[in-house]
Write a protein that binds this ligand. Structure first.
Ligand code: PLP
Length: 349
């Protein structure tokens, strides 16, 4: 049985959150003399809406999820940190994740003094629920899944993820940062079926807005209530709210970017495949490729000299000799391929 009340840390359950002036009154007034703001320099003189109601309504329409199921944070970084602070007692509780996966889950665990356990994916990066569930301990409060997964680039099997959701009585986080690039359906429509499900999405990838720092968490209204209670009151600033609202009216453009990047991904993979130094390109459901090369460090350093930066993942579990390469524009990808061809020529000379 999933019992949210027992899962939440005592101090958080008892917490009476800070009540801001704008919490107490959020309507349209003619004169605001409640928050010690400067009356000049509109619109940035005003504190932002602590509940982000307007933006949540917009996201609600696009994602087909009620606004009460939405939490907005300063990037995905914020909800990653908040789930630890809400559900894990420092020095006692633990989180469990697949490996390899996104590095922030462990960093946030370390910052909060929470134990972090990991279970390797299979050699081909496929995921088996039973293997993961076998590593659950009585202290395990959170499970992190990431689909499509970073850095392996593949979607996790949906049935296996649902098995974890059904079998584990703690919180299961499914990070869907790359879901727009993936043929598999989001788990969003299943929110009401699984009270322990938390889904992360972000404006940083498909929406092209990594610079404004806006992440989304989707979960039951009860879980959203807990995260909202412990966040900084004004965690999303006015500039970010404005830019996100603008971009959300351009969903077609976002979809066009995704299509373009999927096409470029195919082209880039084909060109990489033809290079002698490339021994494997893992199947990708994301906007990056995990590529196995000879001498990854030497390739990486050569590219840096050419002012091209990729991610060296060769020291990560199951990623021996791998570089992670983000799909760029046609021109950027050509520049990369050209540099790799020159690297090869230099080797032979
Ligand atoms: C890029 C990425 C994010 C995005 O993080 P933000 O803080 O929202 O920019 C989240 N999860 C994964 C797995 C990522 O690779």
């Amino acid at each position: 049985m999933f019992e949210l009340d027992k899962l939440v840390r005592d101090n958080i359950r008892k917490l009476k959150p800070y009540s801001s002036a704008r919490d107490e009154y959020s309507g349209e007034a003619a004169v605001f003399l409640d928050a010690n703001e400067n009356p000049f320099n509109a619109p940035y003189n005003r504190y932002p809406d602590p509940r982000q109601s307007a933006l949540k309504d917009q996201i609600s329409t696009i994602k087909k999820v009620p606004a009460e199921n939405i939490f907005l944070g300063n990037g995905s970084d914020e909800p990653i940190d908040l789930v630890y602070r809400a559900f894990c007692e420092p020095g006692r509780d633990r989180a469990l994740a697949i490996a390899p996966t996104y590095g922030m889950y462990r960093v946030a665990a370390d910052i909060n003094n929470i134990g972090y356990d990991e279970v390797a994916l299979n050699e081909d990066f496929t995921f088996s629920a039973d293997k993961l569930l076998a590593a659950v301990s009585p202290e395990t409060k959170l499970i992190f899944l990431c689909s499509p997964n970073n850095p392996s680039a593949n979607c996790l099997d949906r049935q296996e993820m649902l098995k974890v959701l059904r079998s584990f009585n703690g919180i299961v986080i499914v990070d869907e940062a790359y879901i727009d690039f993936c043929p598999q359906q989001s788990l969003l429509p299943l929110l009401s079926e699984y009270p322990n499900l938390v889904i992360f999405q972000t404006f940083s990838k498909a929406w092209g807005m990594a610079g404004i720092r806006l992440g989304m968490a989707f979960a039951s209204p009860e879980i959203i209530g807990i995260l909202s209670k412990i966040k900084y009151p004004y965690n999303i600033n006015v500039l970010t709210l404005e830019e996100a609202a603008k971009q959300l009216t351009r969903e077609k453009e976002k979809n066009h970017w995704v299509e373009t990047l999927l096409y470029e991904r195919t082209m880039l993979a084909a060109k990489l495949e033809s290079l002698e130094i490339v021994s494997n390109i893992f199947p990708s459901d994301a906007n990056f490729l995990l590529v196995k090369v000879d001498n990854p460090r030497s390739v990486y350093e050569y590219l840096v000299e050419e002012k091209i930066i990729v991610r060296d993942r060769s020291n990560i579990l199951l990623c021996q000799n791998c570089l992670r390469i983000t799909v760029g524009t046609d021109e950027e990808n050509r520049t990369l391929i050209h540099a790799l061809e020159n690297y090869l020529k230099g080797k032979k000379a």
